[in-house]
Design a protein around this ligand. Structure first.
Ligand SMILES: C[S@@+](CC[C@H](N)C(=O)[O-])C[C@H]1O[C@@H](n2cnc3c(N)ncnc32)[C@H](O)[C@@H]1O
Length: 222
């Protein structure tokens, strides 16, 4: 998997779309192929804007929650070292790549968007690690010690996965800036970090306050 394949994906909706290797401000330890904002020389046409909204390339951005969780994992590699990790809603792969770099025994990037899995593969290679890919949470390969998930609760239908994560692994690490009350006492808040989507989408300030949660023991506070 390489950057040109990711460019082709972007060009399905934006004729001049391309990725660039960049270091997200919230997790500068990683270099990732993400949307290159330099190609936007003016406002999008109505058709382009509609195409982008209809098929958003979530994988071409690092969301604030993903950066915070990836940076947490790289700062505390012991939380993943030697463990089998599955990252739900992996997008660019930032969290999966961080887990692999931090010494996880096995990492699976799970995303229902096939383009996102290409991005996770390319971004793993860009960081000298490899991750396994899974397009369907319900067909995940094997057993896991830890589930990670960042910025996946924007879709209310995904709230059910809070329960599902706990059934799949004894430990869960979740980062989210959209839902203020998870309504599940098993998720213990480790702290709050301020971060912006990269490249910056100028989201509302409230979405830049990322809450980090853990299920299970042994996770340092932030
Ligand atoms: C906002 S992006 C976050 C990406 C990455 N975790 C980050 O923080 O940068 C959400 C991702 O979750 C994926 N996703 C949403 N619902 C999903 C589901 N039910 N199963 C697998 N992936 C899902 C989307 O395709 C998208 O790539």
């Amino acid at each position: 998997m390489n950057a040109e394949r990711l460019n082709q994906h972007l060009r399905r909706t934006l004729p001049h779309g391309r990725v660039a290797l960049t270091h997200p401000a919230g997790c500068p330890e990683l270099g990732l192929y993400l949307f290159d904002p330099d190609v936007l020389e003016g406002p999008l046409t109505h058709e382009q804007a509609q195409a982008v909204v209809a098929e958003p390339a979530y994988w071409s951005f690092c969301w604030a929650s993903g950066q915070v969780l990836a940076h947490y994992i790289l700062t505390h590699p012991e939380v993943v070292a030697g463990r089998r990790v599955i990252d739900f809603g992996s997008g660019s792969g930032i969290v999966a790549v961080a887990a692999a770099k931090a010494g996880a025994a096995e990492v699976v990037a799970c995303d229902l968007d096939a383009q996102a899995l290409d991005a996770a593969s390319a971004n793993a290679a860009a960081n000298g690690v490899s991750v396994n890919l899974c397009s369907d949470w319900f067909q995940r390969p094997g057993e896991f010690d830890l589930v990670t998930a960042a910025d996946v609760l924007y879709d209310p239908e995904n709230r059910v996965f809070l329960e599902a994560f706990c059934q799949v692994a004894p430990q869960v690490l979740l980062a989210d800036s959209r839902v203020k009350d998870l309504g599940d006492a098993r998720y213990r808040r480790l702290g709050v970090r301020s971060c912006s989507t990269w490249p910056d989408l100028n989201e509302f300030e409230e979405f830049n306050q990322v809450r980090l949660y853990a299920v299970g023991e042994g996770f340092p506070a932030v």
